[in-house]
Design a protein around this ligand. Structure first.
Ligand SMILES: Cc1cc2nc3c(=O)[nH]c(=O)nc-3n(C[C@H](O)[C@H](O)[C@H](O)COP(=O)(O)O)c2cc1C
Ligand code: SF4
Length: 518
């Protein structure tokens, strides 16, 4: 029988040489007259081990990584096709601590199946949620999602069921489901991993959203920087259409839902739902004032569900296993699991899906293994470029929307970027203003002008021009931006700035001898 060898097709693995490794394994097997089957799976999320090659054995999959082309002959010599020992070996994949400690619901199949095999998808529990949804009335589907406690994973943490209920109740001849796959936050890659590693789970989640709200058309808005995800989603939509998972007769039910993949042109603000809708309509990506909510007047003025990839990919398991099953995980008002993305200067970077409630310290120190540089961790930024910088003193904060908000932080899309003690927090604060200035859509004054003035003020502080006055000015400016901005780009930029100033005051002293106030 053919031995199955898994070599990820995930962009991170490919960037690290997975295509060449797969080719080398195929060539070596041919040369040795060994018959193998290579499956290009998604990533398991242990990015520091990519390309991570797995071999199917009688005891389960055995992992090797990071594998380079030059390691391939020695892997064969060590008998890796039978799970033989090798210096790159990690034993049974499922026993690796980083994986074993996780609770994988949205990512249950990612890295396990062939991403574009619908047969494999179904064999691993796929489509069970959709089948159950087809037997329910729209209001029952909405109720299940509401009871599960699922909150939007795109950043704002808004309850998904409540949003769906608004769309269900909205009047409109046409309704839409829009999947936000813009994934602009620094250090985040969960959306990309799902789209590349298990695209059918997103398709299934969107179809369920359509059934729940009466929408028959869905769009996935993917950032242009994700060519592998775009390719995988287009291929998966075609396969799902051919198999009647999508189309005018979903699984023979007579109900309709279709999906189109659209590619963004690259602007952080196009991840904001209303500028995303403008962009989808072919307009400039400028934020729209709310109300009206997209749920009432969204794409082309029609009622629209806008949800993040992970929110939608969480739905099939909720429908399949029930609201109570999902709700049982987590803490407080943060129910279920969250795919945490650990990045930056960290030893074990990757995707870690877990129930809400682990502390930041556990995630960074125990799971992430501390910094890659080996130096002490000084700060971690949680929640993307608009998230706060937390010092070690806040490492006891549990991963929970409310707990982070109570410490003037946010979870956002659950990206964590780790910095060691060489980081200069004044520069990081200045970068936050600069980022906001570059990415601002320009619609409102606090953001458009404030971000530029903020960067200038921090430059003056660094130059020693009346530093105390500059600090007061930055705090005042942040207050104006927080409460006066139209959207969270301007409104949340104060989080990284103020957290840097509050938690790392030692970095906010002049870099040159102080000069007299101007
Ligand atoms: C500047 C800005 C950028 C955003 N970028 C993203 C993004 O890349 N992906 C995303 O899902 N949500 C993003 N959001 C949040 C969306 O506006 C919206 O809340 C989300 O798509 C709703 O889906 P959810 O309820 O499933 O989280 C962004 C918001 C702002 C203000
Ligand atoms: S806060 Fe910035 S990005 Fe948001 S609407 Fe105002 S100018 Fe545009």
């Amino acid at each position: 029988m053919n031995v199955t060898v898994y070599v990820p097709r995930d962009a991170a693995a490919v960037a690290l040489g997975a295509d060449e490794v797969a080719a080398a394994i195929a060539a070596e097997a041919r040369a040795q007259g060994k018959s193998i089957r290579i499956v290009r799976n998604g990533s398991r999320g242990l990015i520091w081990l990519e390309p991570m090659v797995e071999v199917e054995t009688a005891d389960g999959r055995v992992a090797y990584g990071p594998v380079a082309v030059e390691d391939v002959p020695s892997l064969f010599a060590a008998g890796f096709l039978d799970g033989g020992g090798h210096r790159l070996g990690h034993g049974l994949t499922e026993e690796i601590g980083f994986l074993k400690r996780q609770t994988r619901l949205a990512f249950a199949r990612c890295g396990i199946i062939d991403p574009l095999s619908l047969v494999d998808y179904e064999a691993h529990g796929g489509l069970a949620g959709l089948r159950k949804a087809l037997a329910l009335a729209p209001a029952q589907i909405v109720a299940t999602v509401t009871e599960s406690g699922l909150r939007g994973r795109g950043g704002a943490g808004f309850p998904t069921g409540i949003k769906w209920n608004t769309v269900l109740g909205a009047r409109g001849d046409t309704k839409y489901v829009v999947c936000n796959a813009d994934e602009g936050d620094s250090g985040t890659f969960a959306d990309r991993m799902i789209m590349e590693g298990d695209p059918f789970v997103l398709i299934e989640g969107m179809a369920i959203a359509g059934l729940a709200t009466g929408a028959t058309k869905g769009f996935v808005y993917v950032r242009s920087e994700y060519p592998h995800a775009i390719e995988a989603m287009n291929a998966a939509v075609k396969i799902a259409g051919d198999a009647r998972v999508l189309g005018t007769d979903i699984l023979g039910s007579g109900k309709a839902f279709d999906i189109e993949i659209r590619v963004g042109a690259g602007a952080y603000v196009c991840g904001e739902e209303t500028s995303l809708l403008n962009s989808l309509e072919g307009k400039r990506g400028v934020v729209r004032a709310k109300p009206p909510l997209p749920a009432i007047e969204g794409l082309f003025g029609k009622p629209t569900v806008v949800n993040n990839v992970i929110s939608l990919a969480s739905v099939p398991a909720i429908l399949d296993k029930g609201a109570a099953f999902y709700r049982d995980f987590g803490m407080g008002r943060s129910r279920g699991t969250i795919p945490i993305q650990i990045a930056g200067n960290v030893k074990h970077g990757g995707l870690f899906e877990a129930a809400f409630g682990m502390t930041l310290g556990e995630i960074v120190d125990d799971v992430g293994g501390g910094t890659a540089s080996g130096r002490p961790v000084k700060a971690v930024q949680v929640g993307g470029p608009l998230g706060a910088y937390f010092p070690r003193a806040l490492f006891d904060t549990p991963f929970d929307y409310e707990a982070f908000a109570a410490k003037d932080g946010l979870i956002g899309h659950a990206g964590i970027v780790v910095f060691d003690d060489t980081v200069d927090m004044l520069k990081q604060a200045r970068f936050a203003f600069e980022f906001c200035a570059v990415e601002s859509c320009g619609k409102c004054t606090p953001c458009r002008i404030g971000a530029v003035r903020g960067a200038e003020t921090l430059d003056k502080l660094g130059a020693g021009v009346a530093p105390e006055a500059q600090k007061a000015l930055v705090a005042d400016l942040c207050n104006t931006m927080k409460f006066g901005s139209l959207c969270a780009l301007g409104g949340f930029t104060p989080y990284p700035v103020m957290s840097a100033m509050t938690h790392f005051p030692e970095d906010f002293s002049p870099r040159v001898a102080a000069v007299a106030a101007e």
